[in-house]
Design a protein around this ligand. Structure first.
Ligand code: APR
Ligand code: ZN
Length: 272
């Protein structure tokens, strides 16, 4: 397969698309310095999802054995602090402004699509920089770098990791002053906005799957849903993944590099 040809094919399909949906996973943020989950050296190689993947597991591991988790938590926050949207996030924002991309469905919680200029973003696993009140459910968006800086300062000073101390890391609810938690979906919790995500996949004419292994459902089903309802499926992923049999175009490249090339061709095609 000639990757250059696949890039041009993808650019042609996208330039003529009416309703593209991008379905993104951790891989789109890899070039922003954020580790993926299942690649070598990924999150689930360092941490056991059974211990920290659920809210209960995370709290009990944090309070029972903080010294195992805190260094990783600090490292994760520092990674998120340094992260910036990369050319793949920026390309999706540009495709939306060109009227080619309808919406981004993302499994990522890093806020980078929004900071890259995407306006229509369905965050099926939530957003790590939005708090949710544990009492009234009220949510509040926080400025990513600011909340990370404040949290790192508090964590580095913390002597003990009681539930109260952990709850004090995030600002209380503006409505009822109860403690808040990150508005993210942990294992076993209800994924967000799935009906909207599947409606978008059903109605799109192109589904662009970027940087996801296709391991976690229901998000992993989106490319199959789009294919079933007649869309063309374009996959950008340097490694083999779950979508080989549904992809019309497969680009075995990193997201930033691939989307940087594709957007260049699309600009030329749409300028004609
Ligand atoms: N560009 C594009 N794709 C990449 C890059 C890159 N630079 N680097 C890695 N990838 C690909 C990998 O080949 C892999 O297929 O990104 C994919 C990442 O897969 P996972 O780590 O499984 O991440 P994801 O698919 O987003 O996982 C889904 O699992 O644990 C849960 O909640 C977590 O949202 C996450 C969900
Ligand atoms: Zn509240």
């Amino acid at each position: 397969m000639n990757t250059e040809m696949e890039i041009k094919k993808a650019a042609n399909i996208l330039a003529n698309a009416k309703r593209t949906v991008a379905s993104c996973g951790a891989g789109i943020s890899a070039e922003s310095g954020i580790a993926t989950f299942r690649d070598p050296g990924g999150v689930w190689e360092k941490l056991n999802p059974a211990e920290v993947g659920t809210a209960g597991g995370l709290i009990s591991t944090l309070t029972r054995n903080p010294h195992k988790l805190i260094p990783f938590f600090i490292e994760l926050l520092e990674t998120f602090q340094k992260a910036e949207p990369n050319p793949a996030h920026l390309a999706l924002g540009e495709l939306e402004r060109m009227g080619i991309l309808q919406t981004v469905v993302t499994q990522n919680i890093d806020n980078l699509h929004i900071e890259a200029g995407s306006r229509s973003v369905i965050e099926v696993h939530g957003n790590g920089f939005r708090t949710r009140c544990i009492s009234c459910g009220g949510t509040e968006r926080l400025e990513r770098k600011r909340i990370i800086k404040d949290t790192l300062k508090k964590v580095r000073k913390m002597q003990e990791f009681t539930i109260e101390a952990i709850a004090s890391l995030l600002p209380p609810c503006r409505n009822c002053l109860s403690p808040t938690r990150p508005d993210v979906v942990m294992f076993g919790e209800t994924v967000k906005d799935i009906p909207e995500a599947f409606e978008a996949a059903r109605r799109c004419d192109v589904l662009l799957a970027i940087g996801t292994s296709g391991t976690v459902y229901p998000a992993a089903y989106l490319p199959f849903q789009a294919k079933e309802t007649g869309a063309k499926v374009i996959v950008v992923n340097p490694n083999e993944n779950a979508f080989s049999e549904v992809s019309d175009v497969y680009i075995p490249m990193k997201a930033g590099a691939a989307m940087g090339e594709i957007i260049k061709y699309i600009r030329k095609l749409t300028a004609l």
